[in-house]
Design a protein around this ligand. Structure first.
Ligand code: NDP
Ligand code: A1CAB
Length: 271
């Protein structure tokens, strides 16, 4: 399996996360090639992970067995159409896309009846604690196993039966690192106003978030039960949590997640 050459078209944040986790999980760096329209990110990837790089998308896809499309959704049509015009033989290769919003049918309109896995990873993949949703189209079991192994190093993989579930994965795990960062950013800001140094405040908040997440992962208790363990009757936590509840935290979270899903659906129609 590790003999397959994997080409990443677009070497931005998400490509870096997946490449890092593949290499850390033991995938041979010489079998990974990344292409990007500008040089600096390629140099950084070559330095950090020892992978091959090129500024030429055609060179990358021509060498590849598996083509990972990792440009922004808005760029995807142009990139795919150029690839197929200049290297029509790639139609026989396995495609993986990481882009939000775009359905398999859109890729088929650009590239023909390709074999594809639609994926939705997230940035914690960079540290092996990501979650990746995967939806296969026309793939063999071998190809699904290969893609599963490719993403296993990112953390956890979740195979989906229906394509629309990718939009749900976006709301739950694809976009959600940003929700947690936003929450932590707000906490850091208050911690600084209370007099903690910025670095110290950041570490205090992040360490608490990591500790809470680890407790949840290591225990059978629900989030509500873990919350109850912190919340002494008549104590400080009760006041803070009541303040969140009074301000409508649950509705706020539900609305935000629905907004992510709605945007993914809009992108599917308009891009
Ligand atoms: N960031 C995230 O958390 C997640 C992102 N995604 C998806 O991943 C995809 C990429 O997002 P992200 O990594 O954040 O974006 P980035 O902007 O970080 O990466 C996109 C990369 O594509 C490069 N690029 C643009 N046009 C071309 C081209 N014609 N040929 C080659 N390379 C090109 C850009 O080059 P340059 O350096 O010149 O700008 C850039 O490095 C998106 O489709 C997004 O939906 C999915 C899950 C999570
Ligand atoms: O914001 C976005 O559209 C991408 C997809 C999920 C995370 N980032």
């Amino acid at each position: 399996m590790n003999d397959n050459i994997v080409a990443f078209i677009g070497a931005g944040n998400m490509a870096r996360c997946v490449i890092a986790s593949m290499v850390q999980a033991g995938y041979p760096a010489q079998n990974i090639i990344a292409s990007n329209r500008t040089e600096p990110k390629l140099q950084a990837l070559a330095n950090d992970y020892g992978i091959q790089t090129t500024l030429d998308n055609i060179e990358a896809v021509t060498k590849a067995d598996v083509i990972v499309l990792a440009v922004k959704p808005q760029m995807m049509g142009d990139v795919c159409q150029t690839l197929i015009e200049r290297a029509p033989e790639i139609q026989e290769k396995l495609f993986v896309t990481v882009a939000a919003g775009l359905p398999v049918s859109r890729y088929e309109s650009w590239l023909g009846d390709i074999r594809m896995v639609r994926s939705m990873p997230n940035t914690p993949s960079l540290v092996g604690l990501g979650v990746t949703g995967l939806f296969p189209s026309r793939c063999s079991n071998y190809e699904k196993s290969f893609v599963d192994a490719m993403f296993k190093g990112t953390g956890m993989t979740v195979w989906l039966e229906q394509e629309h579930e990718i939009d749900h994965v976006i709301a739950v795990t694809g976009s959600s690192p940003a929700y947690f960062f936003y929450f932590m950013q707000s906490m850091q800001q208050v911690a600084e106003e209370l007099g903690f140094e910025p670095e110290q405040a950041k570490r205090m908040v992040a360490q608490t978030a990591m500790g809470a997440a680890k407790m949840a992962l290591d225990s059978d208790s629900s989030f509500a039960e873990l919350r109850a363990q912190v919340t002494s009757k008549g104590g400080t936590t009760h006041e803070a949590v009541t303040s969140f509840a009074d301000q409508g935290l649950e509705a706020m979270v539900a609305n935000a997640m629905q907004a992510a899903i709605t945007r993914a659906r809009e992108m599917a129609k308009t891009l």
